[in-house]
Write a protein that binds this ligand. Structure first.
Ligand code: HEC
Length: 100
């Protein structure tokens, strides 16, 4: 009987620790994953207008197809010193408005 109670306590402890782990990891990544698609596009647009017209005229997203933008963003994101999240947002913005 003692063993039975002990194993339930153990099980409870395991379940509890899993739960707390889940909640902490969820809140840690909330800043990037909890954004809605339109919030991401808005952030991408703002960053694009702010950071991508410094060295040359601001390009229009519709000047290039999404396939063209991929290598361009890979070259320009480090130039504009975008973080990984910011690069994703700007890419989402240009892709959403790219030449079809
Ligand atoms: C530090 C300066 C600098 C910043 C900031 C910068 N660029 Fe550029 N960009 C360049 C230079 C230099 C070139 C021309 C050489 C090249 O294509 O790599 C260029 C070229 C381009 C081209 C033309 C590419 C082609 O193949 O015709 C596009 C489009 C472009 N940049 C978009 C962007 C976007 C979007 C951002 C913001 C994420 C950005 N740039 C930020 C320096 C910069």
């Amino acid at each position: 009987m003692k063993k039975y109670i002990y194993s339930w306590c153990l099980l409870g402890a395991i379940v509890y620790s899993c739960k707390t782990q889940q909640s902490t990891s969820a809140s840690a990544s909330a800043s990037s994953t909890d954004l809605t698609k339109s919030e991401m596009l808005k952030k991408g647009e703002d960053l694009f207008n702010l950071r991508c017209g410094r060295c040359h005229d601001l390009p229009a997203p519709s000047q290039f197809t999404a396939a063209d933008w991929e290598p361009i963003m890979a070259r320009m994101a480090p130039k504009a010193k975008l973080s990984a999240d910011e690069t994703n947002w700007v890419s989402a913005y240009v892709n959403a408005n790219a030449k079809k």
